[in-house]
Design a protein around this ligand. Structure first.
Ligand SMILES: Cc1cc2nc3c(=O)[nH]c(=O)nc-3n(C[C@H](O)[C@H](O)[C@H](O)COP(=O)(O)OP(=O)(O)OC[C@H]3O[C@@H](n4cnc5c(N)ncnc54)[C@H](O)[C@@H]3O)c2cc1C
Length: 516
């Protein structure tokens, strides 16, 4: 059922005006079927799932879409190999299935197949470790097959010679290099863009998507919604409330106990590793199952991650990497590089908190990545844990629970067949316009024609591969409300602070000329 009247009905367009109209409409009629709290990948996925089933749905996000953990991931849409290694076949298979759904149907425009190179270098791995890695990759291939993802999309594992290994990662160490193992997984161009695409598609199906709106005093059937821009508030009643607030879930519903774990990445220039086209995969000394990855990214960068550290205490808005984590990542990756990286090469660093369910003891690395749907004594339905790759399944389980527990009348979940905005099969998608640069196509897919109509193709600042058109589009269609939304969540310019400083005034100027 559509909640949005007027010019926005049935459209994916999110902007400041729609936000005001929808807040006004809610103030007039503050009762809906489902309230979703949290605009990360899980909440945006739940809002889409519910709206597409015909439920009158409101999503509130306290800050901005993808403000939380969802923008700090490794951006891998992975087949669950890691879970297979620890015997968690169900979690691994779920990942492989969801990876296939994203890559073949719902968001093929945002997820590309990415080769992963494990270099075979004398002394880098313990005796027998390379064989173990190979066995793992072959098992991962079997998972891919069982999930029905074609080998043409994610080729099988193969051994390559030293020359090919150097082609894939020119910065790889050459002394003692005898070749490498290459497997394939999925990689998102940008995790935050997946969240925005989900929220926009949810809006197309009638969900009300409100950023800068915090939920407080949450019960199983209501919440006080505070508009962070005006300070005004309203009490919304809902037949079901889904708490998808990630590491903040315990603040929304005190019955939830989490054990957050921090993961850190470094950002370096791709040139420092010779512009790799594959992810360099380096074993962590002393572990048979942990690796550090150097992952090629958009905007000419490589992200090196990641760590897994207990992070007790209050939840910060933006977690910070520690000095020890930076040293650990550099030391580990340097073991496989020809020219060692130093701190001077680190152009940025970021950390995120995994919303892991507290199961008592054990290292955070061993805690289950399985998601859970929990109902509190108050009746709040919390969906937590899991990972970016499996957001769709998490959303389905949460909305199924809401439908079952509250007797809602809704059709069955069909999001595995529902293309997100920009996907080739989405209603508004068009063939790639000839003028669109590849980088813009990689970020916008079949919506590139709309982006081109929003502005010109000049870079937003010299040397930055983001066009003025994309910045204008972020405000006119993607719900960006200020320069930080654009720099940190619609584009990822902000991963390097110097770049954000260079682009900020041009972004602010575009904001002011569009009337905000
Ligand atoms: C370092 C790292 C790397 C990872 N890499 C991968 C990977 O490569 N692949 C993968 O599949 N998974 C990965 N993950 C896991 C994945 O990123 C997370 O599981 C997922 O992003 C969690 O999303 P979420 O929507 O549940 O939480 P979040 O993204 O944190 O969203 C919760 C939202 O709720 C909002 N909120 C909080 N309180 C309120 C309130 N009272 N009212 C309104 N809104 C509120 C917050 O502002 C936030 O935006 C990684 C995780 C980390 C930490």
């Amino acid at each position: 059922m559509t909640t949005t009247a007027g010019p926005y009905a049935g459209t994916t367009r999110l902007d400041a005006r729609r936000r005001v109209l929808e807040l006004d409409a809610l103030a007039d009629a503050p009762a809906v079927d489902l309230l979703v709290i949290g605009g990360g990948v899980t909440g945006a996925g739940a809002a889409l799932d519910a709206a597409a089933r015909g439920l009158r749905t409101v999503l509130v996000e306290a800050r901005d879409l993808a403000f939380g953990t969802s923008r700090w991931s490794s951006k891998l849409v992975h087949g669950g190999l890691r879970y297979l290694a620890s015997g968690r076949v169900g979690v691994a298979r779920e990942s492989a299935v969801e990876r296939g759904v994203l890559m073949t149907r719902t968001a093929p425009h945002l997820v590309r197949p990415m080769p992963q190179l494990v270099p075979l270098i004398n002394g880098l791995m313990r005796p027998g470790q390379a064989s173990l890695v190979r066995v793992g990759f072959v098992a991962g291939d079997a998972l891919r097959l069982s999930a029905g993802t074609p080998g043409a999309l994610l080729p099988r594992v193969r051994r390559v010679d030293a020359g090919r290994a150097r082609q894939l990662v020119p910065g790889v160490r050459t002394d003692g290099l005898s070749g490498g193992l290459v497997a394939h997984d999925g990689q998102l161009v940008d995790d935050a863009r997946l969240v925005v695409a989900l929220a926009r598609t949810a809006a197309q199906y009638g969900a009300t998507v409100l950023t800068r709106v915090r939920a407080e005093q949450v019960t199983g059937t209501s919440a006080r919604l505070i508009d962070g821009l005006t300070g005004q508030s309203l009490t919304l009643t809902a037949r079901a409330v889904v708490n998808a607030s990630g590491v903040w879930a315990g603040e929304v519903d005190p019955s939830i106990r989490l054990r957050p774990s921090r993961g850190t990445h470094l950002v370096v220039d791709a040139a420092a590793l010779g512009h790799p086209t594959a992810a360099l995969t380096v074993p962590v000394p002393g572990s048979t199952s942990r690796f550090v990855f150097a992952l090629p990214q958009q905007l000419g960068r490589v992200a090196i991650g990641l760590t897994d550290e207990d992070a007790p205490g209050p939840i910060p808005d933006e977690p910070q990497p520690t000095d020890g984590e930076i040293t650990f990542l550099l030391d580990t990756v340097n073991a496989a590089l020809r020219t060692m990286l130093t701190r001077a090469d680190v152009r940025g660093a970021y950390a995120g908190l995994r919303p892991l369910i507290d199961t008592g003891d054990g290292a955070t690395a061993d805690l289950s990545r399985q998601h859970a749907v929990l109902e509190s004594p108050e009746g709040v339905i919390t969906v937590v844990g899991g990972k970016l790759t499996t957001y769709r399944r998490m959303a389905q389980d949460a909305v199924d629970a809401a439908v079952r527990l509250r007797g809602l009348s809704a059709r069955a979940c069909w999001t595995s067949r529902l293309p997100l905005v920009g996907a080739p099969a989405h209603r508004d998608s068009r063939p790639a316009p000839a003028a669109a640069p590849d980088s813009l196509l990689a970020r916008h897919g079949g919506a590139a024609h709309e982006v081109l109509a929003a502005g010109d193709l000049a870079p937003i600042a010299d040397g930055l591969d983001v066009t003025r058109a994309e910045v204008a589009y972020a405000m006119s269609h993607e719900g960006a409300l200020d320069a930080d939304d654009v720099l940190h969540r619609r584009t990822r310019i902000g991963l390097v602070a110097e770049d954000a400083d260079r682009a900020r005034s041009a972004v602010a100027e575009l904001l002011s000329t569009t009337g905000r």
